[in-house]
Design a binder for this molecule. Structure first.
Ligand SMILES: [Zn+2]
Ligand SMILES: [Zn+2]
Ligand SMILES: [Zn+2]
Length: 141
């Protein structure tokens, strides 16, 4: 897939079978995936350590960002912003569906700006909305 080649190239990541397989999953699923979910659906020839390392390096390289869902499980989602090495700029809201339990990036809904007291240093913030996603909503009509 061309888009995968481009993602790897843009982030200066060498192409390997596992990296391509994981990126393919993210592009197909369109929602955030946890490591156990990836282990469940990916080709069994890839072991969990390799999957863990790949996700870790993707996060460091600005290819995926961490998403915390309501159960406190860390999931990963593909970055669409201009994220780079150790610098993420995904400042959007995440949406957790109570029906399918999937978590989606709402790229177009920015996190509201907050003013911290002067002596606090901002590092990161997550914003999680809960409800019923568009896929589940249309299914129930
Ligand atoms: Zn990012
Ligand atoms: Zn849903
Ligand atoms: Zn996101």
């Amino acid at each position: 897939m061309e888009i995968i080649e481009k993602l790897l190239k843009d982030h200066q990541i060498r192409r390997t079978e596992i990296r391509i397989a994981i990126l393919k999953l993210f592009l197909e699923k369109k929602y955030a995936l946890s490591q156990p979910e990836i282990e469940e659906i990916i080709d069994k020839k890839f072991d969990r350590v390799t999957i863990y390392r790949t996700l870790n390096s993707f996060e460091n390289q600005g290819l995926v960002h961490k998403v915390l869902d309501t159960s406190g499980v860390s999931k990963y989602a593909l970055c669409h912003a201009d994220c780079g090495s150790h610098k993420h700029s995904d400042k959007h809201i995440h949406f957790s569906c109570q029906v399918c339990k999937n978590t989606y990036c709402l790229e177009n809904i920015p996190i509201p700006n907050i003013e911290l007291p002067e002596d606090y240093e901002f590092k990161s913030m997550s914003f999680l909305a809960e409800g019923i996603c568009k896929h589940c909503k249309t299914k129930n009509l």
